[in-house]
Design a protein around this ligand. Structure first.
Ligand code: C5P
Length: 218
């Protein structure tokens, strides 16, 4: 059982995905971690995230151990992630890991929740349920600003909004695997919903899909 959750930064997709994974006892992969990880490794080696050859090499040799303890949640790393994520060599190198995770989730879990930008369209096109989680850019900037306020490198609200808009444009405008809802994705706009309401709505879709599938297999 694979659940695909896509959407832009700070839309609430991570919170929703973790809750779905815990409730249905599925493994969870935040695929943004992989792109942020590659971006972080490049920044830590003073490499330019736009350098295609270096980014490809970094992605091919990337492992999660390399970023153990690293702070990958900063705006700088988010920006670097979005730049490396536009490079086809990087996407190709990370695709295998994501598909393996979905095909054989760790700890014997009966399935997985993957969240990102291209899960429903590219990584897991056969997912049982696909969500596209959105919210108004101003609300996403408010949440991200709140989240990062206490940290070094936290940006002002205006700069956070600008950063989010620029990242949305790059992620949806790139040629390879752009951020886009799958044709059969369920949209949830979280601008005016709290996490409980989003989760309840998502569960209804998932429970219906499980019921339909059980009926189909008799
Ligand atoms: O979700 P998060 O903000 O951590 O993702 C960081 C960046 O990684 C995104 O802005 C996007 O460019 C890239 N990404 C992607 N495809 C995914 C997940 C993340 O391109 N499946």
């Amino acid at each position: 059982m694979i659940i695909a959750v896509d959407g832009p930064a700070a839309s609430g997709k991570g919170t929703l995905s973790r809750r779905i994974a815990s409730y249905y006892e599925l493994a969870y992969l935040d695929t943004g971690t992989l792109y942020r990880g590659v971006g972080w490794v490049m920044l830590s080696k003073n490499l330019d995230p736009g350098d295609e050859a270096a980014a490809g090499e970094t992605a091919r040799s990337f492992s999660l151990e390399q970023i153990a303890g690293a702070d990958i949640r900063t705006p700088d790393v988010g920006r670097a992630a979005s730049r490396v994520a536009a490079l086809p060599v990087v996407r190709a190198a990370l695709l295998d890991f994501q598909r393996q995770f979905a095909a054989k989730p760790p700890h014997g879990a009966a399935g997985a929740v993957l969240d990102g930008r291209d899960i429903g369209t590219v990584v897991c096109p056969d997912a049982l349920v696909k969500f596209y989680i959105t919210a108004a850019p101003e609300e996403r900037a408010r949440r991200r600003h709140e989240e990062l306020r206490q940290r070094d490198g936290g940006l002002s609200y205006e700069m956070t909004l600008e950063d989010i808009k620029r990242r949305d444009a790059r992620d949806s405008g790139r040629e390879t695997a752009p951020m886009r809802p799958a044709a059969d994705a369920q949209f949830i706009d979280t601008t005016k919903l709290d996490a409980d309401a989003v989760f309840a709505r998502a569960c209804r879709f998932i429970d219906n899909a499980i019921e339909d599938r059980n009926e189909a297999v008799g």
